[in-house]
Design a binder for this molecule. Structure first.
Ligand SMILES: [Zn+2]
Ligand SMILES: [Zn+2]
Length: 296
């Protein structure tokens, strides 16, 4: 602890506004030993999530332009120049769009598995070799006060993996872009303090909507995406007494709505006697605006 003054204000929706640094619009405060998170953008149009500890500022995925990501960072009083590492989940553009820009323009180190590197190398341009790191599914990247654990998922990409981030006894799981949640995956991600979890589509909206049948089949398949119902069922398997916050993410623009995803998950959990809004909160994410920076 630096001994400097800090204060978190709970703004009533479970999110926390960080007032720890009077200059926080252009500087990064590091005077708390806790992990802080913000889902900067989530949805089928682009994904990126920010996590900070006292000594690291990292992103998971960079599925929007560098400019847009920096605008989102500014919404939470942070700047891309302060980010040290980026963890990429898979090669789809909504997760990898600005990997090259973030490495070259902002000097950010990038972690992905070898097959994902091969898949993105053609489209993200040159990445300096000393900023390019291999992290295979099942491995843990330990970097001082932050451990990033990768785990494989079932999705139509070359070697998709998602991440559980651990710091100072707290953990945050990011899991979107998977056709189903296996027992094994569930075992890895049990009882985290917070989750960003996929609720891609409402089954009826997808069935009735205008997508061509092959695309509908792809989304519904075991290597596609989790529906609102799938997300709720998987969450009920994995959450535990530590779990305080669940972000619903990666909503399809065409086949879902925030209110529908939220209501579906909340009501399914309530039916199964989970303490929604008592033991934990369900929070929405947005494709265009960041969730408040929140201390876990
Ligand atoms: Zn995606
Ligand atoms: Zn994907």
């Amino acid at each position: 602890m630096s001994g400097s003054f800090y204060l978190d204000i709970n703004n009533g929706d479970g999110s926390v506004i960080d007032l720890s640094n009077p200059h926080s619009l252009n500087a990064v405060s590091t005077d708390t030993d806790e992990m802080k998170i913000s889902v900067l953008a989530s949805g089928s149009t682009g994904n990126t999530t920010y996590i900070e500890t006292p000594t690291h500022k990292v992103l998971v995925d960079a599925g929007l332009s560098g400019k847009k990501i920096n605008e989102l960072m500014h919404q939470i009083g942070r700047d891309l120049n302060d980010v040290d590492s980026l963890f990429v989940t898979h090669e789809h553009t909504d997760h990898s769009k600005s990997v090259g820009v973030l490495a070259r323009k902002y000097g950010i180190n990038v972690y992905a598995n070898e097959k994902t590197w091969d898949a993105i190398s053609g489209k993200v341009g040159k990445i300096p070799l000393d900023q390019k790191f291999d992290l295979e599914a099942g491995e843990i990247q330990s970097m001082g006060d932050l451990d990033v654990q990768s785990f494989p998922v079932s999705h139509d990409a070359v070697d998709p993996q998602f991440y559980e981030l651990h710091s100072n006894g707290k953990s945050f799981v990011i899991l979107t872009d998977t056709g189903y949640v296996s027992e094994r995956m569930a075992g890895v991600i049990k009882n985290a303090d917070a989750y960003l979890f996929e609720c891609n589509h409402d089954m009826e909206m997808l069935r009735m909507g205008g997508y061509p049948w092959p695309l509908k089949q792809r989304i519904l398949s075991d290597t596609g995406h989790l529906s609102n119902e799938d997300g709720a069922n998987a969450l009920m398997q994995v959450l535990g007494n530590r779990t305080k916050r669940i972000f619903l993410g990666h909503l399809s623009k065409e086949n879902n709505m925030k209110t529908l995803a939220h209501l579906t998950v909340a009501s399914m959990m309530e039916e199964h006697d989970f303490g929604v809004e008592h033991d934990f909160r369900i929070l929405d994410t947005d494709p265009d605006s960041a969730t408040n920076l929140m201390t876990l």
